[in-house]
Every structure is written in C-alpha cells, then in structure tokens.
Design a protein around this ligand. Structure first.
Ligand SMILES: [Ca+2]
Length: 86
C-alpha cells in the first residue's frame, strides 16, 4: 500500500514539474492581455506609442521592436509574438 502511495506522489510531482513552463506563459499572456485592455484607452485593439507609454512601459520601451511592421501601433498579437521571442 505504501508503495502505491509513493508512485502516486511521484506521478503528481512529475506532472507539476512538466507544467510550469506552459502555465507560466499562459499566465503571462493572460496578464499581458489584461494590461493591454487597460492601456488601450480608446478600445480599438491597438496601442499607440502614447497609450503604451501610459499603460505598458515595457511595451513602450520596445515599441519599434514589437511593432515589427512599423505600423505605428501594436496589437495583442504583436506583443504575443514578441513575448514568444524573449
Ligand atoms: Ca488604442
């Protein structure tokens, strides 16, 4: 019986160990989307440099890198792509 318990525990631990990388990035994306929505004052789904500066300073700092196409604004997808590269 004791042996079975140890196996169950080991399985639980290995599952926990496998999850963090994915869970963390999902949490990071969720957090980023929340901050994006708060920073996007006019709610058009785009952050202008001004909106980024006020609400997402790290995006503002890397604006030209995140706005890879030089559109003059960044979207959630732009930031997701930038996060994936970090
Ligand atoms: Ca906006």
């Amino acid at each position: 019986m004791k042996y079975k318990k140890i196996i169950a525990l080991a399985a639980a631990v290995s599952m926990l160990a496998a999850v963090p990388a994915m869970a963390q990035s999902a949490a990071q994306v969720a957090e980023m989307e929340k901050r994006f929505a708060a920073a996007d004052k006019d709610g058009d789904g785009k952050l202008t440099p001004q909106e980024a500066q006020a609400g997402m300073p790290r995006v503002s700092k890397n604006f030209s890198k995140i706005d890879a196409g030089g559109k003059g604004f960044v979207t959630v997808d732009d930031i997701k792509a930038a996060m994936a590269k970090m």
